[in-house]
Design a protein. Structure first.
Length: 550
């Protein structure tokens, strides 16, 4: 039997405290691609050539970045790990956590590494860890089904995936994006485009861009401009870079391009000041790309950073979840109801084991029921990330139905108009076949960033366990309430034809066809908690809640 305990819900790593909270978004600028390292640490700067990169072969920390970027109006950055050693991720993240100017950290992990999932868990302890860039020491085949399956670890942690453009098959990237629509994929450095002798390379770069951009969760960084210029020093007039930026803007549109400098490697070819100036000039000449989008808004959307704090007005306690066994082989579902509990949110990862409650480790179900209270009168999009099957009803309307074969390890979405403060029924059903079991329910609206539907806005049904009209009972009384030794159930003006008392697990702990005006029960040995009293009287069924003190 499951029991109710104190549950602490930690929201996904979206919001960061600091000086950003008091600045208007029109003033904010984020550099989404910088590198930090300590040349005094073995391996920390192994990606640099001490001869070719002699100019920047000294420690680069947050302070050096702010000294360079701050005067140009860039106050914040996202740090991308360039070292191929997994242990360097921890050193760099510790440094990132010391600075409010460093908003997020992108690690460098190899999904083939046996420590991959453990590293994701460990790094995710920091709210600034937002994903990984795959840049291993040996080539990796992204089309390998096993590699694609490894991205479920990013999906269930709501992390991003960064990739380079060169040597990456655009069709494979599009496949990954469709498979995991809740993973934002960010192509680095113009998705591999560059100028060589004033000619675009690779020759099919524009065609590749169109495939990368075909999925809405793929973004592109306008980064490493100097390196892509094909000249040393790099030109500083914005017109020169039209050949590199225009195709990216045409393919991805103004809402999916991000600024990244590739500092301090960019210092090898030109100044940070000139880079910002030429990009500002570019925005001045292209009305559809505002500095606010290029430098801030798109980064916020892609990485989920600087999300405004949301005041949740609801007082919800979550949804009622019940576990069920299905028939072997998944030939039938919801066969045996086993137990239930209140779940604060729908965000579960059970792995390959039984979730408990006498549930087998394959071919089982879970169902969540209750009420949802929207924050806003807007069209809401719901995302269901699930392995294997799932379906969602909001206000008794099916908005997601993926109760089909082959739907595992995927995210699906559906939309519905909702009204501020108006509670509507919600039901979510889940089926696990074999292997890993997980589910997450998120929502999003034009004024609300994507997030797990919060406990404040989810309400346990007044009554669970029976298919009867759930309405407040005026036809009988239960007192005292709360109680500790005894309760009296009175039919008021009518006899009690039938009385049932159900605990929060949905188990009937008392049942009597009394036929009397009142029933008195000794409850001194009952466990404390919430109970439901159901009464049938005059061919009507009523329900009341009662709290028994611990």
């Amino acid at each position: 039997m499951l029991y109710i305990g104190v549950v602490v819900f930690i929201s996904p790593a979206y919001g960061f405290a600091g000086s950003t909270e008091v600045r208007d978004s029109m003033q904010r600028r984020i550099d989404t691609h910088i590198h930090l390292y300590d040349t005094r640490r073995e391996g920390s700067s192994a990606f640099l050539d001490p001869v070719i990169n002699e100019k920047i072969c000294f420690p680069h920390f947050a302070e050096q970045f702010m000294d360079t970027a701050g005067p140009e109006g860039v106050e914040f950055a996202i740090v991308v790990e360039a070292s191929e050693r997994r242990e360097d991720n921890y050193w760099l993240l510790a440094h990132v956590d010391t600075s409010d100017a460093l908003l997020a950290f992108i690690g460098n992990l190899d999904p083939r590494d046996p420590m991959y999932a453990n590293d994701l868990d460990s790094l995710s302890i920091s709210k600034k860890f937002r994903g990984i860039r795959i840049r291993p020491s040996t080539p990796i085949d992204l089309s390998n089904p096993g590699i694609i399956e490894s991205f479920v670890e990013l999906s269930r942690r709501n992390l991003v995936l960064e990739l380079g453009g060169n040597g990456v098959d655009p069709e494979v990237v599009a496949t990954i994006a469709r498979r995991f629509p809740n993973i934002n994929i960010i192509m680095n450095h113009l998705a591999g485009g560059s100028l060589v002798g004033n000619q675009i390379q690779p020759p099919d770069w524009k065609a590749r861009l169109s495939v990368f951009a075909s999925e809405p969760n793929v973004y592109c960084k306008v980064s490493a401009l100097y390196e892509g210029s094909g000249k040393s020093p790099a030109p500083v007039n914005s017109d020169y870079y039209d050949a590199l930026i225009d195709p990216v803007l045409d393919a991805f549109g103004p809402d999916r391009v991000l600024f990244g400098s590739n500092w301090p490697l960019s210092d090898m070819l030109g100044s940070y000041e000139d880079m910002i100036r030429l990009l500002d000039d570019y925005c001045d000449k292209h009305a559809n790309l505002s500095p606010q989008k290029l430098y801030y808004e798109n980064a916020n959307r892609a990485y989920g950073i600087n999300r405004k704090e949301v005041n949740y007005p609801g007082s919800g306690n979550g949804l009622f979840k019940s576990y069920w066994n299905g028939k072997p082989g998944g030939r039938d579902w919801f066969v045996d109801s086993l137990c239930g509990e209140i779940d604060p949110v729908i965000d579960e990862f059970w792995g390959t084991e039984s979730p408990g409650c006498r549930v087998s480790n394959s071919c089982w179900n879970a169902r969540w029921v209750g009420f949802l209270e929207p924050l806003l009168s807007e069209n809401h999009t719901f995302y269901l990330t699930v392995n294997d099957y799932g379906r969602v009803w909001i206000n008794d309307k099916p908005i997601i139905d993926k109760w089909i074969g082959g739907s595992g390890n995927a995210c699906y979405k559906g939309s519905i108009e909702l009204t501020t403060g108006k509670q509507v029924p919600i039901k979510v059903e889940y089926a696990n076949l074999y292997d890993e079991a997980f589910i997450r329910l998120e929502w999003e609206s034009p004024s609300l960033s994507r997030e797990v539907v919060p406990v404040n806005q989810l309400f346990t049904p007044m009554y669970t366990g029976f298919s009867v009209n759930q309405r407040e009972a005026k036809g009988f009384s239960v007192f005292p309430n709360p109680a500790d030794h005894r309760i009296i159930i009175s039919g008021n003006d009518h006899n009690l034809d039938e009385v049932r008392i159900i605990n929060i697990q949905g188990e009937i702990i008392y049942h009597s066809k009394a036929g009397e005006h009142a029933v008195e029960l000794n409850i001194s040995d009952w466990s404390g908690g919430l109970y439901f009293v159901e009464v049938r009287s005059m061919d009507e069924r009523y329900v009341k809640k009662i709290m028994i003190r611990f």
